[in-house]
Design a protein around this ligand. Structure first.
Ligand SMILES: [Zn+2]
Ligand SMILES: [Zn+2]
Length: 262
C-alpha cells in the first residue's frame, strides 16, 4: 500500500455501467458473471489528509460499502450528468444521519444545475451539512487533501460541456478528466505526473457529431501529445474489453483500483 496520498477508483464505468442491463454482448456477459469487466459508474476518492470524493455515481452507496468507507470530508463534482451526480442523495442522507459535514463543491454553473436538480439540498437542514458551494468563491479557496484544484471547462461533444480537475500539490500536478471530447486547450493538461482520462469505446463507429467522449484510439493520440508520466483510462463502457489488456503506455482503471498520487 502506498504511504502518500492515493486515488481509489470507486467506479470506472461510463454512463450506463457495465454490464448494460439489457445487453448480451461478450463484455456484458463477462461483467454479469463478476468478471474483470464488471464496473460501476464514475466516482473516485482522493485519500490523503482528507477524503475527497470526486463525483457521486448512482452506485455510491454500493461503492462505499464495497470499499469499507465510512465517510468523506468533501465532494467535488465535474458536471451535472446522471452518471456523476445521482449518488448525491445518498451522500446527503449519510451526512444527515451521522451528523458529518461534507460540503459539495462544483464550478458555479454546475452548482446551479445541481441546486435545480436537488432542490431539497437547499433546505436548511441539508444546507448545514452538505452545502452546495461554488468552487470559484473566494471562501472556497481551500485545498483538497492538500491539493489546489483548478476546474477547467472542457467540451463534452453533443452533451455540451463538463469540467476536468487539475490538482497541484507539493509533489507535482495530476488531472482527472473523465468526460471530454475534442479537448481544445491542451496547456493545463501537459506533462502531468498522472492523467486519468475518459474513453468509453475501444474504437467508436458512430460519427463524432453524436458522441460525447473519446474512444481508446483517440485517447492514445491525445496522451501522446500530453505526455503524462502515467495514464489511466476510465469511464469505460462495454466497448472496452479489459480481458484483452490495455494498449502499451496506458492502464485501464477498474473498480477498487488504488494508485499513488504525486
Ligand atoms: Zn460521464
Ligand atoms: Zn457526462
Amino acid at each position: 500500500m502506498p504511504s502518500g496520498p492515493t486515488l481509489r477508483f470507486l467506479g470506472a464505468a461510463d454512463s450506463q455501467g457495465v454490464p448494460r442491463w439489457w445487453c448480451a454482448c461478450s463484455v456484458c456477459r463477462d461483467a454479469r458473471g463478476g468478471g474483470v469487466n464488471a464496473r460501476t459508474r464514475p466516482s473516485v476518492l482522493i485519500e490523503g489528509p482528507e477524503r475527497v470524493l470526486i463525483d457521486a455515481a448512482p452506485e455510491l452507496r454500493l461503492q462505499a460499502s464495497r470499499e469499507g468507507l465510512t465517510g468523506f470530508s468533501a465532494a467535488l463534482i465535474t458536471h451535472a450528468h446522471n452518471d456523476h451526480v445521482l449518488g448525491l442523495g445518498d451522500l446527503a442522507d449519510w451526512s444527515r444521519w451521522t451528523g458529518a459535514r461534507c460540503p459539495i463543491y462544483a464550478p458555479r454553473e454546475v452548482m446551479e444545475a445541481l441546486a435545480a436538480r436537488f432542490p431539497y439540498l437547499q433546505t436548511a437542514s441539508y444546507r448545514a451539512r452538505t452545502p452546495l458551494l461554488a468552487l470559484e468563491d473566494a471562501a472556497c479557496s481551500r485545498t483538497f487533501a492538500g491539493y489546489r484544484v483548478s476546474a477547467l471547462r472542457v467540451p463534452h461533444g453533443f452533451n455540451g460541456f463538463a469540467y476536468g480537475f487539475r490538482f497541484e500539490g507539493p509533489g507535482g500536478a495530476w488531472g482527472y478528466l473523465p468526460d471530454c471530447l475534442d479537448l481544445a486547450d491542451l496547456a493545463p493538461w501537459r506533462g502531468l505526473k498522472l492523467l486519468v482520462l475518459g474513453a468509453s469505446f475501444f474504437r467508436e463507429a458512430a460519427p463524432k457529431a453524436g458522441r460525447s467522449v473519446y474512444d481508446v484510439q483517440e485517447a492514445l493520440a491525445l496522451l501522446a501529445e500530453l505526455k503524462p508520466k502515467r495514464a489511466l483510462l476510465t469511464h469505460l463502457g462495454h466497448g472496452v474489453d479489459a480481458r484483452q489488456g490495455a494498449p502499451d503506455g496506458v492502464q485501464y482503471a477498474r473498480d477498487g483500483l488504488v494508485v499513488p498520487l504525486p
